[in-house]
Design a protein around this ligand. Structure first.
Ligand code: TUI
Length: 314
């Protein structure tokens, strides 16, 4: 299918893979790009040189467009910016902050910036910097989240901007994609569903934890620190609850979260932070990326036909 997102990005399907720190490495990103979506390297946690290696590795695995996600709170952000400029990465997505003037600087080098926003106010501010598309992420997402659900956020952002909007948060199949398109989105960004793929290069315990998860398996940690993070309920999140209940100092809570995503990705799913979205309960099987994407597109089309048939029945 062709629309403003597939044309802007030069991809076959309007599906972006979330740039998940420690999870979305060259293996996953290149598989998504090869399958017709936009694969995105999650640079959070990488220093500049490690990021350069991943970018070069993706380029040995696919000739298709790909992206890099910059987590704006990363301690390595300055080196990471330097590397994406030097490597002329085609697409950069940003998260956890306002990329502001970076957008013009990247554009002058032919790099397209697609910021992740969680509010209408930031979406409007970014229009002044000339953004060509936005990712609007609801609080159903895994990891660091805003306050608004995808169902409420997408139509409000679509009405506030003229650029195409990519929906993120809570999308795990073609029905979710169709729902977001009904709200005015022209693309989707999917994270959790891509974790449970053969090409996702993390410890199998993380994937198994998602397969076992039900609808109420995730919780938000760090709400009192102003940096809420969604992850699977486990020993770590119970510890967070304990600290938050006795109004622990911000420093103590932040220290508890440090390095915990990496720990989970390496297999410690009880003491680590198993970040994933609320859609985890829908994920039942580990599959190759290509199958996941083809299934989503087939489901998406089936859903649209079904909805169209409701109109025909009057
Ligand atoms: O960034 C994310 N999700 C993330 S980042 C991350 S990194 C990490 N965190 C903790 C431990 C280890 C690693 C994990 N998950 N999503 C994109 C996103 N951006 N969601 C929400 C936002 C956001 C929030 C507020 C963007 C901008 C914003 O406001 C900035 C402003 O100035 O208004």
């Amino acid at each position: 299918m062709e629309n403003r997102i597939t044309q802007l990005l030069g991809i076959t399907y309007p599906i972006l893979q979330g740039g998940m720190a420690w999870v979305a490495t060259a293996s996953l990103a290149s598989a998504v790009s090869e399958a017709g979506g936009l694969g995105i390297i999650g640079s959070g946690g990488m220093d500049g040189e490690r990021l350069r290696e991943e970018i070069r590795l993706v380029r040995t695995m696919t000739t298709q467009p790909f992206g890099v996600n910059l987590m704006l709170l990363s301690p390595h952000i300055e080196e990471q910016i330097k590397v994406v400029k030097e490597e002329r990465v085609p697409v950069v997505t940003t998260g956890a902050g306002n990329p502001g003037p970076l957008i013009e600087e990247f554009a002058s080098l032919g790099i397209l910036t697609i910021p992740v926003v969680a509010s209408v106010s930031l979406a409007k501010r970014l229009l002044r910097h000339g953004v060509k598309a936005l990712i609007a992420e609801g609080m159903e997402s895994g990891g660091h989240v805003g306050e608004i659900t995808t169902l409420c956020l997408i139509p409000q952002i679509v009405d506030a901007v003229s650029v195409p909007v990519i929906a993120a948060g809570g999308i795990g199949d073609g029905r979710g994609m169709a729902a977001c398109f009904a709200l005015g989105a022209e693309g989707v960004q999917i994270g959790t569903r891509f974790i449970c793929t053969e090409e996702c290069d993390i410890h199998s315990a993380y994937k198994e934890a998602i397969l076992k998860a039900g609808d109420r398996a995730t919780v938000l940690t760090g709400v009192t620190t102003g940096h809420p993070v969604r992850c699977l309920r486990n020993k770590l999140t119970r510890k967070f609850e304990e600290l938050e209940a006795r109004r622990a100092q911000r420093e103590e809570l932040e220290a508890l979260g440090t390095g915990k995503l990496r720990e989970a990705v390496c297999g410690n799913v009880e003491e680590g932070s198993v970040m994933c979205g609320q859609i985890a309960g829908l994920v039942k099987e580990i599959k190759p990326v290509k199958e996941v994407i083809e299934e989503i597109m087939a489901d998406f089309k089936r859903t649209l036909i079904h909805l169209g048939s409701l109109v025909m029945q009057g």
